[in-house]
Ligand binder design. Structure first.
Ligand SMILES: *Cc1c(COP(=O)(O)O)cnc(C)c1O
Length: 368
């Protein structure tokens, strides 16, 4: 079975030269030399001011720290977290760990995410302590729109752009500002260290507060001054990140070749598949016309030896744990989630395999 994503991280030999530095420094944790080097090189890659990238042990750790730094823990008067109903479960789980009760809101049909102007008139805003907005599948978002929303509503916002590294690497406008943005470097993302993540933000005091939250609430002194946990990236993971940066241009080219192949064959066969650069290059997303057609395509793919996945499930409200969570009506989540199917991607996926996958999908969708 061809998996839905086959990670391809730097080989041991490429990581070794960085690990050798650890034999000298004997500093393996607490933002050592390799972690600081990774943060510096990421700010260079993103073309933003030094200090604007803070590493973390995972995307979820980064989300949790960003919530604590911008909104703090939930208070009795503001117990709610408004969260898009269509994203990965990490977002509402992080909000819960900070004491918030998630309340799911609907998405815009085209953006696959909530619209800041529409959310600005939400009736629960005065009881909301934090708003979590996804940049689903690494799609772009409006920093200006959410900064303005946050300022007018008086509610902190955290943007979960977990898969969005390529947006930053391409220097897309309107990404970085006062609202913290979270990235994941999980093995299944295009830029990967195994387990890792980061917060990107122009508000350096906010990033310092996040750094404290990632380190037991220590701010300078070894003394807890804020809510926190251990969410720091290890030096070993930073070594993988540095080697990943060394090979990043080549890996991107390989992933883009796969995206280009999907786009070409999809156009030939009249199938709607979202690929890079409109989504991150670790995704090729089939948009089926109906839930039944989507299920049929998945069954045919499986029979032909190809795995597929609803990366964000059927919407957060359909996760067993969040079944009873409060929510708005979610017609757009319901309409989109079952139809957006992740197809196999890997940096070394052969074009002939992509052609075959698209052919199977096209045949399945043609059936009445
Ligand atoms: C990958 C992902 C996460 C989780 O990141 P981890 O590094 O696995 O904790 C969160 N949100 C979204 C949208 C993701 O795609």
């Amino acid at each position: 079975m061809i998996p839905v994503f086959r990670p391809d991280l730097p080989k041991a030999a490429a990581i070794a030269s960085y690990l050798t530095l650890l034999d000298e420094s004997r500093r393996y944790a607490n933002r050592g030399d390799l972690t600081l080097m990774l943060e510096r090189r990421l700010t260079d890659l993103f073309g933003i001011a030094q200090g604007g990238v803070l590493s973390a042990a995972s995307g979820t750790a980064a989300l949790t720290a960003a919530i604590l730094a911008s909104a703090g823990r939930a208070r009795a008067s503001k117990p709610l977290c408004l969260c898009a109903g269509y994203t990965f479960v990490a977002a509402p789980l992080a909000a819960e760990l900070c004491g918030y009760r998630p309340h799911f809101v609907d998405i815009d049909a085209d953006a696959w995410a909530p619209d800041p102007r529409r959310l600005a008139i939400h009736s629960l805003l005065d009881r909301t302590g934090v708003v979590l907005v996804p940049a689903p599948y690494g799609r772009s978002y409006s920093q200006a729109g959410w900064s303005e929303f946050s300022r007018v509503a008086g509610v902190p916002v955290v943007i979960d752009a977990a898969a969005g590294v390529e947006l930053f690497a391409d220097g897309a406008p309107d990404l970085v500002g006062a609202v913290p943005v979270v990235l994941s470097f999980h093995a299944t993302k295009a830029f990967a260290v195994g387990e890792g993540g980061a917060i990107v933000c122009a508000d350096l005091p906010l990033l310092r507060a996040a750094a404290a939250s990632l380190n037991f609430g220590f701010a300078g002194a070894r003394e807890t001054t804020a809510p926190g946990f251990n969410g720091k990236m290890s030096e070993h993971h930073a070594a993988v990140g540095l080697a990943e940066l060394d090979g990043w241009a080549e890996k991107r080219r390989a992933l883009r070749r796969v995206a280009d192949a999907y786009r070409r064959y999809a156009a030939e066969r009249g199938v709607k598949i979202h690929t890079a650069p409109s989504v991150a290059s670790n995704y090729a997303l089939l948009e089926a016309t109906s839930e039944r057609a989507a299920q049929d395509a998945c069954a045919k793919l499986r029979a032909a030896g190809f795995d597929s996945r609803l990366w964000y499930g059927l919407g957060l409200h359909r996760e067993p744990y969040f079944r009873d969570a409060a929510r708005d009506p979610l017609p757009q989540v319901e309409a989109l989630a079952p139809r957006l199917i992740g197809l196999p991607v890997a940096a070394d996926l052969a074009e002939a395999v992509v052609e075959r996958i698209v052919a199977v999908v096209a045949a399945a969708l043609r059936q009445p």
